[in-house]
Ligand binder design. Structure first.
Ligand code: COA
Length: 254
């Protein structure tokens, strides 16, 4: 399958083209992440055209990180404009899911579907993370790593995750977690018109399954998939299961 990497404006992304009549997806990573938080199974999902972004200030994208979810949502919409994508299913992990919900609420005509992976309608951040980022960044990177993966996750993968947080740096991470901490659309989910799939790992400690059940109960047209034995990084821990859940969802809303 053709797979190209190109910069559009200031955002770096990868593109995997599917059939002309297939769905278009945009994958949006979470706090302190990059496009590599999405496994190849999703970046190159069969029968779909998939754009996988590095948010501003993350990965290989230029620009500064933001400190509100709204600003990130505007950056993703600007990217869709620049790429000539009128409507897409927005797939967001954690803070990326907050960005996706914000797009569905503020730019509903651009959102053909929502896939919220390890996310929530409110994403308060524990003070142990928020307050330690500037005073002891390395300890916070370890703390997040401990919370983010299930006990069964391969140590090589969790170590790569820890290094990726360190590479993101404290300033961008603080902006991301500030954005998460101030995000709250719990009262607004009924306004979401797009069909939604919500996915969560049964062992997710950062956005526990309770958050996902709330999304499924309050978004008018939502399906829930619980992935056993996976933590917050569910798409890297159980890529085949997450890819299957998304493919089944896309088929059901065709
Ligand atoms: N969906 C459904 N329920 C939610 C929710 C969501 N997205 N966010 C919070 N709630 C619930 C809580 O479970 C709690 O319910 P309870 O009163 O029945 O126990 C209530 O709303 C209030 O929760 P919260 O606003 O989070 O305040 P808190 O003082 O209970 O806890 C934290 C604050 C930060 C310690 C807690 O939110 C937490 O542990 N968060 C997860 C860890 C983290 O940092 N995640 C990072 C996310 S990017």
């Amino acid at each position: 399958m053709p797979h190209t990497e190109v910069a559009e404006g200031t955002l770096f992304y990868t593109l995997s083209r599917g059939p002309a009549d297939g769905p278009t997806l945009v994958l949006v990573h979470g706090a302190g992440g990059s496009r590599l938080h999405w496994p190849g199974e999703l970046r190159r999902l069969s029968n779909a055209t998939v754009y996988t972004l590095d948010l501003p200030g993350h990965g290989r994208s230029e620009g500064h990180g933001c400190d509100t979810v709204n600003d990130y949502a505007k950056a993703v919409v600007a990217f869709l404009d620049a790429a000539g994508v009128e409507r897409a299913a927005v797939v967001g992990h954690s803070m990326g899911g907050a960005i996706a919900q914000t797009m569905a609420l503020g730019f509903g005509e651009r959102v053909a579907g929502l896939v919220l992976v390890g996310s929530g309608a409110r994403l308060r951040v524990t003070p142990a993370i928020l307050e330690g980022i500037q005073s002891d960044f390395e300890r916070v990177a370890e703390l997040i790593t401990r919370f983010a993966w299930s006990p069964d996750a391969p140590p090589a993968l969790t170590e790569l995750g820890r290094q990726a947080i360190l590479e993101t740096g404290p300033d961008v991470l603080l902006g991301d977690f500030t954005a998460c901490n101030n995000f709250d659309v719990m009262e607004r989910l009924a306004e979401i018109k797009a069909p939604a799939l919500v996915v969560v790992g049964s062992a997710d400690q950062l956005t526990p399954p309770k958050y996902t059940r709330f999304l499924a109960d309050h978004i008018p047209n939502a399906q829930l998939v619980l992935i056993e034995d996976a933590g917050h990084m569910v798409m890297l821990e159980q890529p085949a299961e997450v890819a299957e859940a998304i493919t089944t969802f896309l088929d059901s809303v065709k």
